[in-house]
Design a protein around this ligand. Structure first.
Ligand code: SF4
Length: 98
C-alpha cells in the first residue's frame, strides 16, 4: 500500500505522483534500450571480417566472383569483408546474386 501524505487524504496526489514516476522510469528504460540498440547496430555496421580470416583471394573460384555476390559493393568494397576488394575476387562467404 502506498503511504498517503497528510495533505492528500484521498490518495489522488499520491496516485498522480506514482504515475509520473512510473512514466519517467519507463521512458528512461526505453531511452536506454534505444541507445544500446543504436550502439549495437552502429558497431555491427562497422564490423567487417578480415580478408585473411575469411580466406579472401583476389582471384575467382570458377564462376564465383565478388561482382556477382550479394555482398559486393562497387567499385571495390564488400558488405562483409574489410579492405579494398577486387571485383574478380572470392571468399568463403560468397553467395550468388539472383
Ligand atoms: S565473395 Fe566474399 S569478399 Fe567477395 S563480395 Fe562476396 S562476401 Fe565479399
Amino acid at each position: 500500500m502506498t503511504p498517503r501524505a497528510p495533505s492528500d487524504p484521498d490518495g489522488s496526489e499520491t496516485t498522480r505522483r506514482s504515475l509520473i514516476v512510473r512514466t519517467a522510469a519507463t521512458m528512461g528504460l526505453v531511452g536506454l534500450v534505444g541507445s544500446v540498440l543504436a550502439t549495437t547496430q552502429a558497431f555491427a555496421a562497422d564490423a567487417k571480417l578480415s580478408p585473411s580470416d575469411i580466406g579472401y583471394r583476389p582471384t575467382p573460384n570458377g564462376r564465383s566472383r565478388c561482382d556477382v555476390c550479394v555482398n559486393w559493393r562497387p567499385p571495390d568494397a564488400c558488405k562483409a569483408v574489410a579492405g579494398p576488394i577486387s571485383p574478380s575476387g572470392w571468399c568463403g562467404l560468397f553467395v550468388r546474386k539472383d
